[in-house]
Design a protein around this ligand. Structure first.
Ligand code: NDP
Length: 451
């Protein structure tokens, strides 16, 4: 019998979420096509998590060389080559682009290069062709936003930061979210003198306040120049290599690079969404239900374009759940409770569950346990850096509601704790767990004094 549509699923966007949904749908036996106009793997693989983490690794060697002296090493005068780092990073990203393509084609999905646009709920125009599909998935991600400020175009966004020809010596970063704080750490670790300007009283809004303040303290110790409660008034060129930045209060700063890290918006323009009646919110995010279904029943959306929790593993979970729902005979939605995340700042943050403020608001009575200490390594390195850990506990049930850490390997440590929180672990169960000695992580099972 002839099929009514060319494909069972047409996915727009081959980022982390779109690829997972398409691959699993194909494995369930669906006929799948995926359109991608830019790069396979999307933001995370090309201009996000992966290259970011590679740059973070690069930026950590400076500290390692300095710390080595206390352990008897005489490391000499290492030099750093930005072009080499970027070339090596680009080679790895290219390899990953190929991996993503093979993940799709290997699963039997068809990859179509070009920009897709919806003509009606079942018809997509791409590259002069018309393709029909029973289900359509919008997985187009997000794009950096730049505020409207005089001279704003003298700055770049994270998209360009990964391809700079030269390492900036005096970068100025605007924004106090993940991207601003992470790039500040990267450039600082590579030897730049970094200024960060953030409009709020302290950066990383939404994170536990103790983490935010402790990170700010640690960064100031490392001579980051942090301007809080400050906005950009205007920007103008001073010379070929220098931008003059005037803050709202008249303070004038100079930088050889301005990086806008002021958030990202859903990538929903020009897809024909309005034409076919897909509802979006004021930010342009596709409005979806718990099954990622939009206001048009056969059109779905996942990942950053829905502006739910804008994290790669969340988009992947949403994509997998959708494929199982539509083609696997197993309707399911994603559980958004206790999603862990890390900020690869210097030092890094790992966090899961509720902040102290959120827990007090939701649960009323909470107990808080805190520990601040000098990591063992720094007793010999001499580095003046402290690690910080915190548990937030519901007084009534004893359940651990939040676990927060600032310090080396925070992301690696908190991933395990996230499982405990997901299982509803209590403080008593944390206490009954034997520590691994000597580690920083053991502190999470040895905190006894309420703060
Ligand atoms: P965020 O939304 O996290 O932060 C944006 C920052 O810019 C905030 O500090 C915000 O201030 C500030 N800001 C927003 N608009 C303006 C403005 N007009 N003028 C001045 N400041 C402004 O966005 P990011 O760009 O840092 O990251 C984008 C997304 O990418 C995040 O949502 C995150 O989920 C994801 N991501 C995750 C990473 C990870 O998991 N490690 C790493 C990198 C990105 P305010 O707080 O006052 O609103």
């Amino acid at each position: 019998m002839a099929q009514k549509y060319d494909f069972d699923l047409f996915t727009i966007g081959a980022g982390s979420g779109g690829v997972r949904a398409s691959r699993i749908a194909a494995a369930h036996g669906a006929r799948v096509a995926v359109a991608e106009e830019r790069y396979l793997g999307g933001t995370c693989v090309n201009v996000g998590c992966i290259p970011k983490k590679l740059l973070v690794y690069a930026s950590e060697f400076g500290d390692a060389f300095a710390d080595a002296a206390g352990f008897g090493w005489a490391p000499g005068h290492p030099s750093f080559d930005w072009q080499k780092l970027i070339a090596n990073k680009d080679r790895e990203i290219e390899r990953l682009n190929g991996v993503y393509e093979r993940l799709l084609t290997g699963a039997g999905a068809r990859v179509i290069r070009g920009r897709a646009e919806l003509l009606d709920p079942h018809t997509i125009a791409i590259d002069g062709a018309r393709i029909t599909a029973n289900h359509v998935l919008v997985a187009t991600g997000g794009w950096p936003t730049v505020p409207q400020v005089a001279g704003a175009d003298l700055g770049i966004t994270s998209n360009e930061a990964f391809h700079l020809e030269r390492m900036p010596r005096r970068p100025l970063i605007v924004g106090g979210g993940y991207i601003g704080v992470e790039f500040a750490g990267i450039f600082h670790g590579l030897g730049a003198q970094v200024t960060l300007v953030h409009r709020g009283p302290v950066f990383l809004r939404g994170f536990d306040d103790d983490l935010r303040h402790t990170l700010a303290e640690e960064m100031r110790k490392r001579e980051f120049e942090l301007h809080f409660g400050a906005v950009i008034g205007k920007m103008e060129p001073k010379s070929a290599d220098v931008v003059r930045v005037t803050l709202g209060d008249g303070t004038v700063l100079e930088a050889d690079l301005v990086l806008w890290a002021t958030g990202r918006s859903p990538n929903s323009n020009g897809l024909g969404l309005e034409r076919v009646g897909v509802a979006t919110d004021r930010s342009g995010a596709v409005i979806v239900n718990e099954y990622s279904q939009s206001s048009v029943p056969n059109i779905y959306a996942i990942g950053d374009v829905t502006n739910r929790r804008n994290l790669t593993p969340v988009a992947i979970a949403e994509g997998h759940a959708l494929a199982d729902t539509l083609f696997g005979g197993r309707p399911r939605s994603v559980d958004y409770d206790n999603i862990p995340s890390a900020v690869f700042s210097q030092p890094p943050i790992g966090t899961v569950g509720l902040t102290e403020a959120e827990a007090r608001e939701r649960y009323g009575g909470v107990d808080v346990y805190k520990s601040a200490f000098r990591p063992l390594k720094h007793t010999l390195s001499g580095r003046d850096e402290r690690a910080f850990m915190k548990l937030v506990v519901d007084q009534k049930s004893g359940r651990v509601l939040g676990a927060h850490m600032l310090g080396p390997d925070a992301g690696e440590i908190v991933q395990g704790l996230a499982i405990a929180l997901k299982c509803g672990a209590t403080k008593a169960q944390f206490d009954a767990t034997i520590g691994i000695h000597p580690t920083a992580a053991e502190e999470f099972v040895t905190m006894r004094e309420k703060a």
